[in-house]
Design a protein around this ligand. Structure first.
Ligand code: ZN
Length: 240
C-alpha cells in the first residue's frame, strides 16, 4: 500500500492544492493535523481535506482554533492568527476540528500530531526525545508532524535510536522501528520553502520525502489581505 502523509497545512490552500495535484495515485491520504492556524484559508483547507484524507488526527492549532484550548501556550503571532481563524471558521468546521481524534492506528501504523506519548503538544525533534517515544506505541511505525521538519528516527533491534536525515532517495524502513515526520505542507521550517509531504510504501518498506513548489506569493498576498501578522507571510519565503 502507498500512503501520502500530509501534515501542518496551516490554512495554506495554494500549497495544499499543489501537493494534491502532484500526488499521483496513492491508496490513501493521511493527515497528521494542524489543518488550520497561521494561514488565510482555513475553511478551504478543511473542506479539501475532508474530501480527500481517509484519516486525520487533531493538531494543537486545530484544537486551539476550534475550542480556545491551549491558546495561552501560543506566541503572539500564533495566538492572533488563531483568534482570526476561530472567527473565520464556520460552526460545523469548528465542530469537525474539535471532534478529530488525537491518535489513530490505520492499517497498523500509529498516527499522531506531536508524539505518541503526548499526541497534541510534544515535539519529537531529537533522537533523545524519540528514544522516550518508542515505548509509547505498539506498532512498528509512528508518523508525527508538529515540528515542520522532515525526519526519520530509527530504533534498531538492539534498542539504540538514531536519526536518518531524509534526502532525495527514499529511506529504507527495515531492521527496526521508526518514527517518521513528513515535514509541513503549509509552513516548512527546514530552510526549504517548498511544500513537504511523504509517501509511505509498505510493500517496498520505504518512505520517500517529496517537495512541491507552489505560488508562495499568492499565499502571502492572502495572509496580508486578511491582516494576519506580516511575519507569517515573510517566513514562507525562507521556509523558516
Ligand atoms: Zn504546526
Amino acid at each position: 500500500m502507498r500512503y501520502a502523509v500530509l501534515s501542518d497545512i496551516h490554512g495554506n490552500l495554494p500549497a495544499l492544492q499543489a501537493v494534491l495535484e502532484q500526488l499521483g495515485s496513492v491508496d490513501a491520504i493521511w493527515c497528521l493535523g494542524d489543518i488550520v492556524g497561521y494561514g488565510a484559508d482555513p475553511s478551504g483547507c478543511v473542506d479539501l481535506l475532508r474530501k480527500t484524507a481517509k484519516v486525520t488526527v487533531q493538531g494543537n492549532h486545530d484544537l486551539a482554533c476550534a475550542t480556545g484550548e491551549g491558546l495561552s501556550c501560543f506566541n503572539s503571532d500564533a495566538a492572533r492568527a488563531c483568534r482570526w481563524t476561530k472567527d473565520a471558521l464556520s460552526q460545523p468546521d469548528r465542530a469537525y476540528l474539535a471532534s478529530l481524534p488525537s491518535l489513530a492506528t490505520p492499517d497498523g501504523i500509529t498516527l499522531a500530531h506531536g508524539s505518541p506519548s503526548d499526541p497534541t503538544w510534544e515535539y519529537v525533534a531529537s533522537p533523545r526525545v524519540a528514544a522516550l517515544c518508542f515505548g509509547a506505541f505498539g506498532t512498528p511505525m509512528c508518523m508525527v508532524g508538529h515540528t515542520h521538519v522532515p525526519a526519520v528516527f530509527r530504533q534498531a533491534t538492539d534498542g539504540r535510536v538514531s536519526e536518518i536525515r531524509p534526502g532525495e532517495s527514499a529511506v529504507s524502513l527495515t531492521g527496526g522501528r521508526f518514527i517518521i515526520n513528513p515535514g509541513s505542507v503549509g509552513q516548512p521550517r527546514d530552510g526549504n520553502p517548498a511544500a513537504a509531504y511523504a509517501v509511505l510504501d509498505t510493500s517496498a518498506e520505504t518512505v520517500a520525502f517529496v517537495r512541491v513548489r507552489y505560488p508562495v506569493t499568492e499565499t502571502q498576498r492572502r495572509i496580508l489581505a486578511a491582516r494576519l501578522p506580516a511575519r507569517l507571510a515573510t517566513r514562507l519565503s525562507y521556509g523558516a
